[in-house]
Design a protein around this ligand. Sequence first.
Ligand SMILES: [Zn+2]
Length: 287
Amino acid sequence: MKKTGFFRTISAVLLTASLFAVVFSSVGCSKKESRVVPVLMMHDMNDSGDTWSISEDGFRRIVGLLDKNGFTPVSVDDLVSFVERNGTLPEKPVVLTFDDGYYSNYELLFPIVKELGIPVSVFVKGATIRVEGEDTPANKLLKMSFEEIKELNSSPFVSVYSHTYALHGPNTSYGPDERDSALPLEGESEASYKEIFARDCERAEECLSRAGIKEFTAFSYPDGKSCEWAEDVLSERGYKVSFTTDYSRDNVLTQGDLSSLRMLGRMNVNDDTTEEQLLRYLDRYNP
Ligand SMILES: [Zn+2]
């Protein structure tokens, strides 16, 4: 387990109180503790003001609002440790995620999280990782290189995970028909889908390995489009956590229940996200 930092130190203090409460309330019985965990989703970091981007100031503002309202950023590993009873969570945890592997995550986000000492999780698409010195279409997408991903993941504040190799439109079919993100094609058999999805996972894992990543703990579904067949494959391959973009989903994590780490919902946040909108989402999670 890695990912420690300033916020975790604060968490430890906060946790002491909640832990005592749990221990004392469960003397004589094996009470399962649950936590509800909001997850925020971001992508590129820039000043464009579009739906799927957030500026540096916008990100700092969101982090400030979380802090102001008592929420503590935690890592994916923290979620797993809690459910596996190897660790605890603060009273009001929140997970910060970034999808697609944009270069801005390295150039702009990385210095901020190091400065603030907060954990973030980054999900990269293997097929568009930039290869230095190559003039490929992937290189024009302003994504991170293998070296940059490696540096990012070696920090105690950033964990990098899979966002598929290429099951992320367009051209996601691995065949003649256009696939809707990582979903099965119409009429596709379970066996055929699982074979293709597993092959894509394998290629994504090869890419992450090339960036020095050894543990494939988490996965985020392109466009948040999840399915049970994919879940079966992820589970077989040892993935413990998966993320969708289902804003309405309540992420209730229960100790001892590994299925509670599956298909967690997320809220997209950007420069237009108001404090009121953020709190409307977070308030569902207030204990
Ligand atoms: Zn994506």
